[in-house]
Write a new protein. Structure first.
Length: 296
């Protein structure tokens, strides 16, 4: 298969086929280390998991009434599986949807024939599941775990998906890799600056040619000009000059770029940036924030 916006037999992919512009290795783990991603996914997962999940039955007169006796009502509102409560279950489902665009649950049954009933829905992690469209049009799911693979028929999997090709949903994580790669690179740069005591790199300029051992001796003597350590006063002799070679955080506008990355990530996950603690916009004051929350 050539990409997420086509439909043909074989494995179903969710990432763009044009490749990524970023050189960073963006995974679910590295993306979730960004505070904007963590806050966006958590906001959506916690909000949806706390919403009521109700069942209604249509009476012969066409009027719908609450039906709390349905078997699925107790399953989805009390104990979906042996590991999770109702809220934990829906947090996992929405977390997979928000990050990967697809959520899968294995259906667990007891009994046979007419007495067969659904008693468990166990979420599978999106990174371990691949949808495969067979030549006859049927769909199977491959679950990779502990070095092995288990193949499930479509009837054994509850698959919830975002918009896509009808078989798989598009993955926000895959389509946001370039923006996330830029954000991760910025975080790495800040970390390196912090580890060096926010000292910029530079060059020592001399008016004569040095021997290799002299270069190494000078490099070791003056390395704390750019590396972390005590801020000692250095004296440059014999016409030696120090020239800063790297850009300062102000020069590369770190604050502005990190704020843009926060807004960009919030757009990918469909949440207003103010709800993940972005207070830089004027609309967060007064009634503006109330209207944003109500709209969300």
């Amino acid at each position: 298969m050539s990409g997420p916006l086509t439909r043909s037999s074989g494995q179903q992919y969710t990432e763009p086929v044009t490749g990524n512009l970023t050189t960073r290795n963006v995974t679910a783990e590295t993306a979730m280390q960004l505070s904007a991603v963590f806050a966006s996914v958590r906001l959506v997962a916690e909000t949806v998991s706390c919403l009521p999940f109700l069942f209604y039955k249509v009476q012969p007169n066409g009027i719908s009434v609450r039906d709390d006796t349905h078997a699925l009502y107790r399953l989805l509102n009390f104990k979906p599986n042996r590991y999770q409560t109702r809220i934990e279950f829906f947090e996992t489902i929405v977390f997979q949807l928000a990050l990967r665009g697809n959520a899968h649950c294995v259906k667990g049954y007891v009994g046979t024939g007419k007495s067969r009933r659904l008693v468990s829905l166990l979420p599978l992690m999106g990174g371990q599941v691949t949808a495969v469209l067979l030549l006859d049009g049927s769909l199977v799911y491959e679950h990779y775990m502990d070095g092995g693979v288990t193949v499930y028929a479509a009837e054994s999997i509850w698959h919830i998906k975002l918009f896509g090709n009808g078989v798989n949903g598009l993955s926000p994580l895959d389509h946001a890799r370039n923006s996330l790669g830029v954000a991760i690179s910025a975080e790495d740069r800040v970390s390196r600056l912090a580890n060096s005591g926010f000292k910029p790199s530079g060059v020592l300029m001399l008016d004569k040619v040095l021997k290799p051992e002299q270069r190494e001796q000078i490099r070791q003597s003056f390395k704390d000009l750019t590396e972390s350590g005590e801020d000692t006063l250095k004296i440059l002799e014999a016409g030696m000059k120090y020239e800063q070679a790297s850009l300062s955080p102000k020069d590369v506008q770190f604050l502005e770029s990190r704020r843009f990355q926060l807004e960009d990530i919030a757009r990918f996950f469909g949440v207003p940036s103010v709800l993940i603690n972005d207070t830089s916009a004027s609309t967060v004051w007064g009634s503006g924030i109330a209207q944003i929350i109500e709209g969300f």
